[in-house]
Design a protein around this ligand. Structure first.
Ligand code: ZN
Ligand code: ZN
Length: 224
């Protein structure tokens, strides 16, 4: 097990990165709204115990789980965390087929049985999610998967496997599409203020100011 617990403060929030579970070293994030103590869990893949320990170390309790998409390495621990904390889980409705298939996927890819999140609330479009004392905007960014999203907060965003620090998500998995992903990334980067900190599904954080010129270059080479 590999754990990297980094915490950063952006405005009224602390963002803690919890990395567990080889082989993909996906990032699970804890978002804590400091004035209210409300805490969200983004993409709990990997080891539920490890993530629950990090939640406890961060003051305990969580309001809800948000999924950027439905791949097993991003939701494998969701059900156990839901049972432990009695919390809900939200994802985009276009991602439902991916999430419904997660047990089969996990069996084939990870030699591991995974129980999908339950209960799960599917939202449509690009809602503004309202939490106690703060909100998050959903940006629909399909391409890596059919229902992939980014979550935009005040000063930071979670980009899942849509956009990494100098990289983009795979498009060769079921429901993936390169042109769609390219369009999603272009739109995402137009929406963000330059100072926005970007936390992705794998690897280190960066900023919209760093991502924009990188993406313009990458797109102009025609790789994507
Ligand atoms: Zn993925
Ligand atoms: Zn991933």
């Amino acid at each position: 097990m590999v754990a990297r617990d980094d915490s950063e403060t952006v405005g009224a929030f602390s963002i803690t990165t919890v990395v567990v579970a080889p082989p993909w070293y996906e990032n699970c994030y804890l978002v804590k709204h400091l004035p209210t103590g409300n805490q969200l869990v983004i993409d709990p893949g990997g080891d539920a115990e490890e993530i629950l320990t990090a939640i406890e170390a961060n003051g305990g309790g969580a309001t809800e789980i948000l999924l950027t998409h439905g791949h097993p390495d991003h939701l494998g621990a969701a059900h156990e965390i839901q049972v432990a904390l009695g919390i809900g889980c939200r994802a985009h409705q276009e991602e439902r087929p991916i999430i419904d298939g997660v047990a089969n996927w996990a069996g084939a890819l990870m030699q591991r049985r995974i129980r999908g999140p339950e209960p799960i609330t599917y939202y449509a479009g690009e809602p503004l999610l309202d939490f106690e004392g703060f909100g998050a905007r959903v940006l629909f960014t399909p391409g890596h998967t059919p229902g992939g999203v980014c979550y935009l907060f005040d000063g930071f965003a979670f980009t899942g496997d849509t956009l990494f620090n100098q990289g983009v998500g795979r498009t060769d998995l079921p429901g993936g599409d390169g042109r769609t992903l390219s369009g999603s990334i272009t739109r995402l980067l137009k929406e963000l203020e330059p100072r926005t900190r970007l936390y992705s599904g794998h690897g280190p954080a960066w900023s919209a100011a760093e991502a924009r010129p990188w993406w313009e270059r990458a797109a102009s080479y025609g790789y994507f």
